[in-house]
Design a protein around this ligand. Structure first.
Ligand SMILES: Cc1cc2nc3c(=O)[nH]c(=O)nc-3n(C[C@H](O)[C@H](O)[C@H](O)COP(=O)(O)OP(=O)(O)OC[C@H]3O[C@@H](n4cnc5c(N)ncnc54)[C@H](O)[C@@H]3O)c2cc1C
Length: 384
């Protein structure tokens, strides 16, 4: 497995997160033999742990995180939670994710809030085939003073903004509050072995944990530890890509609780969860990126962002107040991977391939991963 990462120089400016690198808020687990081990304490690993504990009231789960929870890709998003999908699986994940949040409405209010979203629709996009309802055509969604690009239709729908750090903390609390779940930080996993009784992971400090099943939720750290796992990853088309986000300050007179999405240009602009700032995400492809490498903003991203924001808000009415650059995992089909990894063993499931949408799809991915894992555990019990 790869060595320990140094913190990225592009940590979100103005956040307290890097100061948490001492971490260790969660007590060290005594249970080294849980039913399921989840390696990776990002939003996918934590939501999977919560889903496993909720679905099966008799199972125990331990999450092992090499740094502190939410320190990977989950630290960087803006983060927009919009009901955009590309495929039938995507749509299923979007719907399951919104249902998850709705079922936890009281807890969710602390880290997720609603923002009306105006979609800019180019002629060639059939919006209802890509965005879950409700959608209202003909309504004016963007606030006074904002301008739509020429030639697009405006359609108004729903979206939410999320505070990813607060959500990761809430998920970790949900795991530990169950009494059957534990979160262990600062514990890099360096090896994984399997025998007839279960899977055993070895940590950098020499400790071992064994379980009936292991979930690898490593985000952009792909499971490419040996020839066989590299072949497994390549076969699924798994690879990494840089993801770029800008923090934007907007003139007071133009501030409003409003988001815009322009799928044709791959631009998404929305308020941050807390405070008066805005976030802009836009696509710029840099493939095969090592998450442990330094990550820098690209000039071309700033130029495209400027063109869009000059048009939307007007020249001189906005400024860049910071940026967020990191890496996510992708597949050719832009679909998440939730799959057994036989290259590592019969009792290993990988959940990754979140393609810049892991925050909004996490509950759906977690539910599917939990179902896969529990059915594998049940099968193994049937065989034993
Ligand atoms: C700039 C930017 C903007 C984004 N905006 C959005 C957005 O608006 N909406 C949205 O839905 N998504 C967005 N995303 C994508 C989202 O952040 C990711 O899809 C999501 O965080 C992936 O979560 P994860 O749990 O898979 O990965 P991670 O959060 O990276 O979690 C993986 C964890 O595994 C740990 N780990 C790795 N190796 C080991 C090991 N050997 N042992 C133990 N632990 C290990 C890591 O430390 C890490 O904490 C954005 C991403 C970026 C970079």
């Amino acid at each position: 497995m790869r060595g320990r990462r140094t913190p990225s120089p592009t940590s979100p400016p103005g956040t307290s997160r890097s100061s948490r690198s001492g971490g260790g808020r969660w007590p060290v687990a005594a249970d080294r033999h849980p039913d399921v081990l989840v390696v990776g304490g990002g939003v996918i690993g934590l939501a999977t742990a919560a889903a496993l504990l909720e679905r099966d009231p008799h199972r125990s789960v331990t999450v092992l995180e090499r740094d502190f929870i939410g320190r990977g890709a989950s630290m960087y998003p803006g983060a927009i939670d919009m009901p955009y999908f590309r495929t039938a699986l995507h749509r299923q994940l979007v719907e399951a994710s919104w249902a998850w949040h709705e079922a936890r409405a009281r807890e969710t209010a602390a880290y997720r809030r609603e923002v009306p979203m105006t979609w800019f629709v180019d002629a060639e996009i059939d919006l209802p085939s890509h965005v879950a309802p409700p959608l209202t055509s003909g309504a004016r969604g963007i606030p006074p003073g904002w301008r739509a690009p020429e030639g697009v239709r405006e359609v108004v729908g729903r979206s939410f903004v999320i505070d990813p750090e607060a959500w990761c903390q809430a998920l970790a609390q949900e795991v530990t509050r169950s009494g059957r779940g534990q979160v262990v930080e600062h514990t890099p996993v360096v090896a994984l072995d399997e025998d007839a009784r279960g899977a055993t992971v070895k940590c950098a400090d020499g400790r071992t944990y064994s379980a009936g099943h292991v979930v690898l939720a490593l985000g952009p750290w792909l499971p490419d530890w040996n020839e066989r796992t590299r072949a497994w990853s390549a076969n699924l088309g798994l690879r990494t890509k840089r993801v770029f986000g800008l923090n934007i300050a907007v003139d007071e007179s133009l501030r409003a609780n409003a988001a815009v999405g322009w799928p044709g240009a791959d631009m998404y602009f929305h308020p941050a969860h807390g405070g008066g700032g805005y976030r802009l995400s836009l696509r710029h492809d840099e493939w095969g990126v090592d998450p442990d490498a330094p990550h820098e903003m690209a000039d071309v991203v700033i130029e495209r962002a400027s063109g869009f924001l000059d048009l939307l808000l007007g020249k001189g009415r906005w400024s860049v107040s910071g940026h967020r650059v990191f890496v996510d995992s992708y597949t050719h089909e832009f679909e998440p991977v939730i799959a057994p990894c036989r290259a590592l063993g019969e009792r290993v499931t990988v959940a990754t391939g979140t393609h810049g949408s892991g925050i909004r799809l996490a509950p759906g991915i977690a539910e599917l991963t939990a179902r896969t894992v529990l059915s594998s555990l049940d099968q193994k019990r049937g065989v034993a």
